[in-house]
Design a protein around this ligand. Structure first.
Ligand code: SF4
Length: 327
């Protein structure tokens, strides 16, 4: 699942809120005589046991959560933290509990309800996804990663997550949190590769337990560990079940990354910020005069123009005379 601060995934688990107490003291790691290529069995046990105590109680993890509910949560969580997703997901599920409900909804209303989750193209893709499910799958989310990946907006990660967390099947689920845990615990690196690599895929595949239920438990647990404990900026190794179970990076003294050029682009002054400002106005008022939108950044009118142009191109806004409105 997703972290409190990192965008990620779900995992149909139980548990309470954020973990606060150490689960296992950071004992000296056991000696490894060979280079690790996967998480070992005792480490899998430790992480699953940790999750049973510390995993968060999130509604899309409940046993009665539908596949559609899990799919929506996974799309929302792709680039947005749990704390921001939760109220929006609850509202979506109340308004559009099934794909047919979202398929029939006015697109402007869908975008309004997306609110400030960011990257609103995801909302459009979700509605397209709902329409395809209704049109081609009788209103039911299809089973199997291949069928899922044929849906709009559903990529490798989301298809695997739905397969694991809803259908309870074996699937290699790899989100940013899992990549980070595996990079550190198995490969001894502070950070995963710049983009998801064949080496990372090999480690994730080799680490997935063979028994079906154990694989599901592992996926949800390791994802949560990355979200809550093995965080990007300040991993809490003293609370981590892998610290005493052979985490390679911890055992090596947590060496810093050689270089980290993956700095986040500042949000202030970006085109993305401008698009967000325009969308906020349109969500509030339904439409706005183009002059009003251009005045959002008088020092850089071209930025506002680009925002308007790209929102129209993305299908998030429509021009009507001198007005811009939600589609
Ligand atoms: S011991 Fe530290 S670095 Fe290793 S997996 Fe746990 S939190 Fe991450």
């Amino acid at each position: 699942m997703r972290g409190v601060s990192a965008p990620d995934s779900t995992g149909a688990g139980r548990g309470r809120t954020a973990p606060t107490r150490p689960v296992r003291a950071a004992a000296p790691p056991p000696e490894r005589t060979t280079r690790q290529t996967a998480v070992e069995e005792d480490s899998v046990d430790a992480v699953i046991a940790w999750f049973a105590e510390e995993g968060r109680d999130l509604p899309w993890r409940h046993e009665d959560a539908s596949t559609w509910a899990i799919l929506v949560s996974e799309v929302m969580l792709q680039q947005t933290p749990v704390v921001r997703v939760l109220p929006r997901w609850l509202e979506w599920m109340e308004r559009w509990p099934a794909p047919s409900d979202l398929a029939d909804a006015p697109t402007a209303e869908v975008l309004r309800c997306w609110d400030r989750l960011g990257y609103p193209r995801r909302a459009l893709r979700l509605q397209e996804c709902a329409r395809v499910i209704v049109r081609e799958h009788g209103g039911r989310v299809p089973r199997g990663e291949e069928a899922l990946r044929s849906l709009p907006g559903i990529g490798e990660y989301t298809a695997a997550a739905i397969t694991a967390f809803s259908h309870q099947e074996r699937a290699v689920v790899v989100d940013t949190n899992i990549r980070r845990v595996l990079a550190r615990s198995v490969r001894g690196r502070a950070l995963p590769d710049r983009s998801y690599s064949a080496a990372e895929r090999a480690v994730a595949t080799a680490s997935l337990p063979l028994p079906r239920q154990r694989s599901v438990d592992w996926n949800r647990a390791v994802m949560e560990l990355g979200a809550l404990v093995c965080t990007a900026r300040a991993p809490r190794c003293e609370q981590c079940p892998l610290a005493g179970n052979g985490c390679a990076w911890f055992a090596a003294g947590r060496p810093r990354a050689q270089e980290d050029t993956r700095r986040r682009q500042a949000f202030e002054g970006t085109d993305r910020q401008m698009r967000g400002m325009i969308m906020a106005l349109l969500r509030r008022d339904g439409s706005a005069a183009e002059d009003q939108l251009l005045a959002l950044d008088e020092a850089n009118i071209e930025r506002a123009r680009r925002g308007i142009r790209t929102l129209i191109a993305d299908g998030l806004a429509v021009r009507e005379g001198t007005q811009l409105r939600l589609p």
